[in-house]
Design a protein around this ligand. Structure first.
Ligand code: 13P
Ligand code: SF4
Length: 337
């Protein structure tokens, strides 16, 4: 696998050297304007990172923002595949990720060699790949999708075209049902969404009979079948702010509850439980690697940065650009209708 992370140069400031009394929020603000940087954050980031970011969004909206920005530096507070997308779309900009080890279990489940063998075994199939994968796997794919763009994109593919879907089997199964298409699935899963427990979820909803269940499609089928709404992080946020229920059980990474509370004050949000009945399993250990200190150091040191061979970037750009074009085409046709 190609390592797309460029580490800090020798002599860069380390966490141990940081003045413990520094006002991180103030210093981040100062460096951001000094360096003409933009801070993009996913809904799964710590609340204090979400609050300092210029833009908080789901994977699709973050990719769009990264493609459109006129900043010189993009500080991507999310995981590596997201920062890689920003670099693929914006090669001339400096793209930094606060922690070089902020990965993703879905990306890890699908190595480029294994993915190539999957493609070779199905030569007549088109490969539609979830954005949660490495730049190398993107480069081997035909179209990239996110959870908010996937359904609309699959519906634009001719019905007689067989499709491979990787790497999330739960999202793939959900999409197959939504679109009526027979997708051949890669067996990857998200370690966070996989931990929600059906029995405990049912027990919780019995205790909260009025609560609506909002779930991300990376959840297993036995969780999704209890959901009142299934969608991307942005879609879940829209649901809880527009639905007139006053209580919600949220089956996705729990930091999104911070935005839900901001968008729908006065409503109650309960994180979906794991097998022990507790609500603390829904934390993504990769997203949690980023913190305010590392965000400050990434801005200061301009590292860890994303870098990749131009040949790889160009191959990964094609299916990523296709997603942006096809999701824009769908939005345009919806607006015209
Ligand atoms: P969204 O595209 O819905 O933000 O999902 C990203 C992700 O990693 C979910 O686990
Ligand atoms: Fe990957 Fe799951 Fe974390 Fe999303 S929540 S980044 S899919 S490990």
């Amino acid at each position: 696998m190609i390592d797309t992370i460029r580490d800090a140069k020798s002599g860069a400031v380390t966490a141990e050297e940081l003045d413990p009394f520094i006002d991180l929020a103030e210093e981040i603000g100062r460096l951001r304007s000094e360096k003409n940087a933009v801070i993009l954050a996913h809904y799964y980031q710590d609340p204090e990172i979400q609050d300092i970011a210029d833009f908080v969004g789901d994977s699709l909206d973050l990719s769009r923002r990264a493609a459109d920005t006129d900043a010189d530096m993009i500080v991507f507070c999310g995981v590596k595949f997201m920062a890689e997308c920003a670099k693929i779309l914006n090669p001339s900009k400096t793209v930094v990720l606060p922690d070089r080890d902020a990965g993703c279990s879905l990306e890890d489940s699908c190595t480029p060699d294994d993915f190539q063998s999957f493609r070779d075994a199905h030569p007549d199939h088109m490969a539609i790949t979830y954005i949660n994968c490495s730049a190398e796997v993107k480069a081997l794919s035909d179209i990239i999708v996110t959870s908010s763009s996937a359904e609309g994109i699959i519906l634009q593919i001719p019905k007689n075209q067989p499709i491979l879907f990787a790497p999330d089997k739960h999202l793939g199964r959900f999409l197959a049902r939504q679109t009526g298409r027979d997708l051949t699935l890669w067996p990857g899963t998200c370690i966070v969404h996989e931990q929600f427990n059906e029995r405990e979820l049912v027990k919780l909803s019995v205790r909260h009979p009025g609560a609506k269940i909002a779930a991300h499609p990376e959840c297993p089928e036995e969780i999704l079948r209890h959901a009142d709404h299934v969608g991307s992080t942005r879609s879940l946020l829209e649901y809880v702010t527009t639905c007139d229920a006053s209580e919600f059980i949220v089956a996705t990474e729990q930091n999104i509850i911070h935005q839900m509370e901001k968008g729908a004050p006065g409503r109650t949000f309960i994180a979906a439980p794991g097998a022990d009945g507790k609500c603390d399993c829904a934390s993504c250990p990769y997203m949690a690697k980023n913190n305010m200190e590392k965000l400050y150091l990434a801005l200061l040191n301009e590292a860890p940065g994303i870098e990749m061979p131009e040949e790889l970037r160009l191959r990964a750009l094609k299916p990523l650009q296709r997603m942006l074009d096809m999701s824009a085409a769908k939005t345009a046709s919806q607006n015209a209708a």
